[in-house]
Design a protein around this ligand. Sequence first.
Ligand SMILES: NC(=O)C1=CN([C@@H]2O[C@H](COP(=O)(O)OP(=O)(O)OC[C@H]3O[C@@H](n4cnc5c(N)ncnc54)[C@H](OP(=O)(O)O)[C@@H]3O)[C@@H](O)[C@H]2O)[C@@H](O)CC1
Ligand SMILES: [K+]
Length: 552
Amino acid sequence: MIEAWTADEIRAAEKPLLDAGTPLMDRAARALARTALADVARRRSAGSSPRLRLAGALGSDGVPGPGRVRPPRRHGVSRNAAHGARAVLLVGAGNNGGDALFAGAHLARSGMRVTAFLVASAVHAEGLAALEAAGGEVIARSELRVPVVVEQVAAADVVLDGLVGVGSRGALRPPSGGIVRALVESRAAAEATGAPWPWVIAVDVPSGIGVDDGSVPGPVLPADRTLTFGAHKPGLLLPPAAHVAGVVEVADVGLGAAQGPQVPGTLRMEEADAAAVLRVPGVRDHKYTRGVVGVVAGTEKYPGAGVLVAAGAVRSGAGMVRALGPTTVTDRILTRHPEVVTAGGRVQSWVLGPGIPSDGSDAGQDRRVYGALAAVTGVLDAEVTGGVVPAVIDAGAMAMLEHRLPEIAVLTPHAGELAELMRGLGHEVDRADIEAEPVRWARAAQRATGATVLLKGAVTVIVGSGVTFAQAEAPAWLATAGAGDVLAGLLGTLLAARADDVLADPSLTSRVAAAAVVLHGRAGALASGGGPVSATDVADALPRVIADVLAR
Ligand SMILES: NC(=O)C1=CN([C@@H]2O[C@H](COP(=O)(O)OP(=O)(O)OC[C@H]3O[C@@H](n4cnc5c(N)ncnc54)[C@H](OP(=O)(O)O)[C@@H]3O)[C@@H](O)[C@H]2O)[C@@H](O)CC1
Ligand SMILES: [K+]
């Protein structure tokens, strides 16, 4: 599990170390210089664009980020083939700028031509002296000209963004904001024309992101790599800031010995954590103990959603799947999945809503959804409903909520559906608002409904009470019709298998939901292999992915 530390938690952890004279900045700067030297050397030796040259550090889809995570590195600087390369430092007033200056001094001593642009009249004094002593060029704030910065950056091999780190508050102020805005424009122009553009390394965090909440309140220079010190920060995991962090790497500066957050609020689940959520059947298990998933999905208009939910549930190891609906839907499900049962009966989880439009056009499916929701919320007698069980509430079922939900109910909207849900709750928001601040709105939905909220996107966020998971394993190819239906079925299976545990401890629900997102993303990557993928392919890849995750 990757646990992110907020700015305050980082400061609390570093304080005793700094008080004891631990050379944290020296370690950070060495790690930074070593990373820059290695990146530039790789770029030179491969002889193509920096993004391609570092493909080994990127995801299988070749996309740098969001938030791809590499294991911690030890500090230390080695000289290498970067001699004569050009580095530009963007240096702010605080210790983040100090890191960049000291790293720049190491780079200058390794034979790089280093230029530092200072955006403040007073910067880290020892760092500045070190850079000057190493022969680096320094452009003072009073001499700063935006076109010159743009020109020098465009001609550089590597840029260290040290404008601001965990001390950041709000959007970048002048002159940093103006410089970064101009650089973002220059980068876009270079991308459009195929002109070269340097490799950008963010020092600790990309300057200007919301370190604790993942917001992007103003201009930010997108990084190819973020070298972050001591521990992840929430903003490196959460969207939209995660999208500008590139490949995220933690430099071990020795904070590990310090006390981290007691209850980390932002997490990224890894494969081993997902494996721990899965319930592996034992010799005493039978189909009912393994969990029955009840599915109310698909209508005459959208029968495929029922088939795909069933596929997700069956292929991820449900003890049994009960699919309820009109025969046009259930016949299709049976044709593809003859193991599905279409008669009513007890279930350990519900998957409600995929393929059911919110226009009331299928009264039978609406009635079944209302009945199941009554079971989930416990408003109807257990004798009638079969008792309270966890549920996945998707698509049309999200428009049928009449009662506050328990945490064991998982809402699975995409941005557009979350906007609709929040408008129904009296908030004036549209899809673009949700995309700009997905974490804020997912948290608002969690508070307003009581449910666990799984907001789908390039980085999917799962919000339970007091915890947010941010998962980024899905390849962009997975943004395809029906993929969400497969996820709903898969999550239904995981919830059914852990129904007793989830009922005993509802806070487990977000963990189960995050595990489903991990497996779904891995299945998407496996099925895609770097190319297009269909929702059916994703479902078909689930058994292999689950076996692989359990074998590790
Ligand atoms: N933890 C660790 O292990 C280690 C941490 N280390 C490093 O220390 C860094 C934290 O340093 P820090 O505390 O000096 O704060 P930092 O991020 O440089 O920013 C403060 C400056 O920015 C300014 N400023 C603020 N907002 C702004 C805005 N929107 N736009 C423009 N300016 C803005 C603010 O100005 P003010 O608002 O005060 O006027 C102030 O001048 C951390 O990120 C890491 O790199 C390593 O050295 C060692 C290992
Ligand atoms: K920075």
